[in-house]
Design a protein around this ligand. Structure first.
Ligand code: CUA
Length: 353
């Protein structure tokens, strides 16, 4: 699909810089062409009929015509075929855009009036900027600290609302190195129009160089581990399965049995809810004793804790800890994180236990 542009600063269309952009453009233009053709055909027919069948004398009575089965089938069938085709094409593309590939790298985005805060699993943090490698899928896990915002990168053809109190996700794969505009696309207060930034798509090499520039505070999971001890979570959530609160190893991505409710899937939203509103869902076999941490933790700290819980234990489908609580060799998804062992130690240094 050619880029439409008269002048570099006068563009009819954003760049197509992500893996879904080209197909998105084809669908868009197909809709424009089909709808344009239908509109034009109807308009022409209206003009033609107005002239051809105009009243010629004052007392003229037109002949009465009663239905035409073939014609009716035709004008029902053709639009049905066209619109169902558009629906099917749109649905396929929608699933592509909504379902991240399994190997997507997660990046956390926290919106607040009026900035975008970005946190990488390795610990890099930036504001109003997002660095990504070209040719690799990136999944954004996003939440808001205040109003509803919307993460919008026109060149990637992605737009997703960012809501307070829950996580929404969107994924993309940048195909061309470059610098792409990021907008907030939901009116969120006086400086909404200034809530903009850049997405930098870098070659693998440049991306590595950028990554190595620094994660001063350690990975998200290791920061989360510190918080886990600092806020006393470790006092109840033991890793030997005998604590007063559930063992969190291998929690992420698994089904959890809940008292007086159907089982839930332990995703980011569930973990977040369990931190800020622990009474909402009580794990089967445990007492309702956990205090709420609402207001005590920032959204960044909650994200850190979630990263820690995710790093604790195998990815879904991998080996779980043995029943005795000893650690399998390949345990853990992030190096240096969380060798399990009952611990109330408040002075834990991440990775140096
Ligand atoms: Cu944030 Cu508009």
């Amino acid at each position: 699909m050619p880029e439409l542009s008269l002048h570099p600063n006068i563009r009819f269309f954003p760049n197509a810089a992500s893996s879904v952009a080209a197909e998105y453009n084809w669908l868009f233009w197909a809709l424009v062409v089909v709808c344009g053709a239908v509109t034009l055909a109807i308009a022409c027919f209206v003009v033609y009929a107005a002239i051809r069948y105009r009243r010629r004398t004052e007392d003229e009575l037109p002949p009465q015509i009663e239905g035409h089965f073939g014609l009716e089938m035709l004008w029902t069938g053709i639009p049905l075929f066209l619109f169902m085709g558009m629906f099917a094409w749109g649905a396929v593309l929608y699933f592509d855009i909504e379902r991240p590939p399994r190997n997507a790298t997660q990046v956390y985005v926290i919106a607040k009036q009026w900035i975008w805060k970005v946190q990488y699993l390795d610990g890099q943090r930036e504001i109003d900027a997002l660095h990504v490698p070209v040719g690799e899928p990136i999944q954004l896990v996003m939440t808001s600290q205040d109003a509803i915002h919307s993460f919008f990168v026109p060149d990637f053809r992605i737009k997703q609302d960012v809501l307070p109190g829950r996580y929404t996700t969107i994924w993309f794969q940048a195909e061309k190195p470059g610098k792409y505009h990021l907008f907030c696309a939901e009116y969120c207060g006086t400086k909404h129009s200034g809530m903009i930034g850049w997405v930098y798509a870098l070659d693998r090499q440049d991306y590595q160089a950028w990554l190595s520039q620094g994660a001063a505070e350690g990975s998200l999971a290791s920061t989360g581990e510190k918080l886990f001890h600092q806020f006393g979570c470790a006092n109840c959530h033991h890793f030997d399965g005998h604590g007063p609160c559930p063992d969190l190893r291998g929690l992420y991505g698994r089904q959890v049995m809940i008292t007086k409710a159907p089982p839930v899937y332990a995703d980011e939203d569930y973990i977040r809810e369990s931190i800020v509103d622990p009474k909402a869902k009580i794990v089967l076999g445990f007492a309702d004793i956990m205090p709420t941490f609402k207001g005590q933790l920032t959204e960044e700290q909650i994200v850190d804790l979630i990263a820690y819980v995710k790093a604790l234990g195998p990815a879904p489908g991998e080996r779980l800890p043995t029943s005795s609580g000893s650690t399998p060799q390949e345990y853990g998804t992030t190096p240096g994180i969380g060798e399990p062992g009952a611990s109330g130690n408040a002075q834990t240094e991440p990775g140096i236990r």
